[in-house]
Ligand binder design. Sequence first.
Ligand SMILES: [Zn+2]
Length: 147
Amino acid sequence: MKFCTQCGHQNDISVAFCNNCGTAMDTSQQQQQQQQQPQTVIYPQSGYQRPQSTPGKGMAIASMVLGIVSLCSGGYGIVTSIVGLILGVVANKQCTEAGFPTNKMATAGIVMSVIALALSILCVISCFACSSWLEGYINEFSIYDYL
Ligand SMILES: [Zn+2]
């Protein structure tokens, strides 16, 4: 294939003039193309095959599941969210160390675990505050005062 310098039309190598616009074909362009072609073929990196399974995949899945479980378990999700967070971080660390992009499931697990952990802590704090307020309320207006 030869590309016309005037219009870019693809012409057969044998033609002396462009089939599209009639411009005389430049033979030096043909040589350039032949020089460029081997370069694109040589690259060994493009043929490098990565292993099918990314490292830490099981942990990434576990992290995501724990994140979801933690989100659904309200104030009781502190332990599961911490485990999910650690698993997600470790899974992503293994991915980056092995030259892989970070695992989306692990990242999702980390995000959900962090949110679940924050919600759990908030829930526990509010429960403590609530129960201490209730205690004070009950002590103040104790039914025993009316007996
Ligand atoms: Zn042309």
